[in-house]
Design a protein around this ligand. Structure first.
Ligand code: PAF
Length: 185
């Protein structure tokens, strides 16, 4: 598995895959991976020639800076899991590469989806999610992208962002995996 640590290495890699005519499936994450994430790769492997993931803890989607600081960072373990899951490449950029002009989110109009449910209590959260996912899509250029249905509102918002930006990527929702007692993983 290739570990791509800069935008340049990612873009060279993606260009090579595209030149070979490979179909790229992408599942972005913030790391701290578990079984739930692995189901995204399983779905991606079925429908693509090349599976890319990313690990980036996105500061602009956190409402509380403490939550951002405390977010678990388990890179070595994550890389092992990704390798075992048969992921071909993982993009692990740093903040400067994702936000060269400073930590600002784009302001989206998600047709009101952002004001419902979780959005009511987390102002700006979905702008942060939209900003990072749009930027990752522009860099990774996947044909297909996979997100858990567990974060149903996030999934709807990402579909809306893709509709509005007209990015050429198909969004797939992957069913929630649950513990024996029904708790979502
Ligand atoms: O669901 C997540 O882990 C994050 O919100 C995502 C989609 C990777 C964007 O940072």
């Amino acid at each position: 598995m290739k570990v791509l640590k800069s935008k340049k290495t990612l873009i060279d890699y993606v260009e090579r895959q595209r030149e070979m005519g490979k179909k790229i499936g992408f599942a972005p994450t913030m790391g701290a991976l578990h079984q739930g994430h692995l189901s995204l790769y399983k779905a991606a492997k079925k429908e693509n020639d090349e599976v890319i993931s990313s690990i980036f803890v996105n500061p602009t989607q956190f409402n509380n800076p403490d939550d951002f600081q405390k977010y678990p960072k388990t890179l070595e373990k994550d890389l092992e899991l990704l390798e075992k899951a048969g992921v071909d490449a993982v993009y692990v950029p740093n903040v400067e590469e994702m936000y060269p002009d400073g930590l600002n989110s784009k302001k989206y109009d998600f047709d009101g989806l952002e004001n419902e449910m979780e959005g009511k209590y987390r102002p700006g959260h979905f702008d942060g999610v939209g900003t990072i996912v749009e930027e990752l899509f522009r860099q990774v250029q996947p044909h297909n992208a996979y997100f858990g249905e567990k974060d149903y509102q996030q999934l709807a918002i990402i579909k809306k962002m893709v509709e509005k930006t007209k990015l050429p990527v198909k969004i797939h929702g992957v069913p929630t995996l649950r513990e024996e007692d029904g708790l979502a993983m």
